[in-house]
Design a protein around this ligand. Structure first.
Ligand code: S3P
Ligand code: PEP
Length: 426
């Protein structure tokens, strides 16, 4: 299913929100670093999660899959430390999290390992790690700064100084590996920290597996060495980044109830609820789940430094709200699966939106309806899903090129779109 033609219609109904991709990566890694069997429940095998599971298998962990319901699985993971290198190459596909989380773990082994990937991942930045390799004399070789990356060396406990405004994934990646080293370590954040919620998630999942990280106000993290991961039974909660697509669909169309989502979650993208309320949208938390109802929303200023993954769907919502919205502090979303500022402004404008792209943000003049037309997903799952949701308020069909890219995070997206009343053929 590559090109899809959507005939605009309002969506309505109940949707079971898929498990958080960010938490699943973390739970698989922590289980793999434990000595013994962990049971991880509520998993969907998106491309990114499969990349992490296969990557961890390269370090000698064993796993068994069990089907729970529809596309949901549970996993029994048998971790074993010290890790072994069973394979010399780890293919991260297009997953930034997999690459940036597994690099420090590979550096515990001190064996030669090559990281590969595809699409935009090949050029997504790794400089924060290269600086560490240079400082610790860890030999590495890359292709003009890009993947494939070959590393052969052992990481030592240290004081690591990292920028906080490139990607929080470097901080999370080090947090998985450093507790297993002999020495204690410190991570010092040399700029303001963006994507804080993802660091909170890392610390929280690590805690569940018995690892302690001391957080000194997000400026400095202290990590004791010689810690031990303890196997767990862990259930992954629903994903707020994915819920945001259906919540906006509810505002633009008809009532949508999102179930299987934890309203006390630490996920940074939970802020979608506040953003919607701020824009005058009708969203409420009930016993059955989070309900979004058709609303007349108003433009506002949205700082996305802590919730970068919301940018594509916020651009959709703003394009169909009254007045002007400014999305600010968004420069980092240019280094995701696509240059998301360029991709979403170009494609929504093709549908009739009025978006001006700035270096680090977007200015969006809202309208009641868009025209529709032919658009490109830029092979980026969040762009494809945001465009699909905009079709609800288009006057004519919307054709989305490369629509199957949703499988990076949400392989069941199109099935769920149809189950809520979406009409499309491919
Ligand atoms: O740690 C994580 O799970 C993630 C961190 C974020 O990246 P940055 O820290 O690079 O913003 C986010 O965009 C990505 O989708 C998932
Ligand atoms: C950017 C994303 O993921 P990653 O960085 O793991 O590739 C995403 O899911 O939008």
């Amino acid at each position: 299913m590559n090109n899809i033609k959507i005939v605009p219609s309002e969506l309505e109904g109940h949707i079971s929100i898929p498990p958080s991709k960010s938490i699943t990566h973390r739970a698989i890694i922590c289980a793999g670093l434990s000595n013994g069997k962990s049971h991880i429940e509520n998993i969907i095998f998106s491309e990114d999660i499969s990349a992490t599971l296969e990557g961890m298998s390269s370090f000698g962990i064993k796993y068994e899959k069990f089907k729970e319901d529809r596309d949901r699985y549970s996993l029994i993971i048998e971790g074993k430390t010290p890790l072994r290198a069973l394979s010399t190459t780890i293919d991260c596909r297009e997953s930034g999290s997999t690459l940036r989380f597994l690099i420090p773990i590979a550096c515990i082994l001190g064996k030669e390992i090559t990281f590969t990937g595809k699409g935009k991942l090949i050029e997504r930045p790794l400089d924060e790690y290269y600086k560490i390799f240079d400082k610790q004399n860890i030999p590495y070789k890359n292709l003009k700064g890009n993947l494939p990356l070959r590393i052969c060396g052992k990481l030592k406990g240290d004081t690591f100084s990292l920028r906080g405004d490139v990607s929080s994934q470097f901080i999370s990646g080090l947090m998985f590996a450093l507790p297993l080293l002999k020495e204690d370590s410190k991570i010092i954040i040399s700029t303001d920290l963006e994507s804080k919620g993802y660091v909170d998630l890392t610390i929280d999942v690590l805690n569940s597996f018995g690892i302690k990280i001391q957080n000194n106000d997000y400026r400095e993290f202290f990590i004791e060495g010689n810690q031990k991961y303890i196997p767990q039974t862990y259930k992954v909660e629903g994903d707020f980044s994915q819920a945001s697509f259906w919540l906006v669909a509810g505002l633009l169309g008809n009532k949508i109830t999102c179930t299987d989502i934890n309203v006390s979650s630490l996920q940074g993208d939970k802020v979608i609820l506040d953003i919607i309320k701020n824009m005058g949208g009708n969203v409420e938390i009930s016993e059955t789940g989070i309900i979004a109802k058709k609303s007349k929303t108003k433009g506002t200023i949205i700082d996305v430094s802590q919730c970068p993954d919301l940018v594509p769907i916020l651009a959709t919502l703003a394009s169909l709200s009254q007045g002007t919205t400014r999305i600010i502090n968004a420069a980092r979303v240019r280094i995701k699966e696509s240059d998301r500022l360029k991709a979403i402004s170009t494609e929504l404008n093709k549908l009739g939106a009025e978006i001006t792209e700035l270096e680090d943000g977007l200015i969006i003049k809202g309208k009641e309806f868009l025209n529709g037309g032919e658009v490109d997903s830029w092979k980026d799952h969040r762009i494809a899903m945001a465009l699909a949701v905009s079709s609800i308020r288009c006057l004519n069909p919307v054709i989305i090129k490369d629509s199957s890219c949703v499988s990076k995070s949400y392989p069941g997206f199109w099935d769920d779109f149809r189950a809520l009343g979406g009409k499309f053929n491919n």
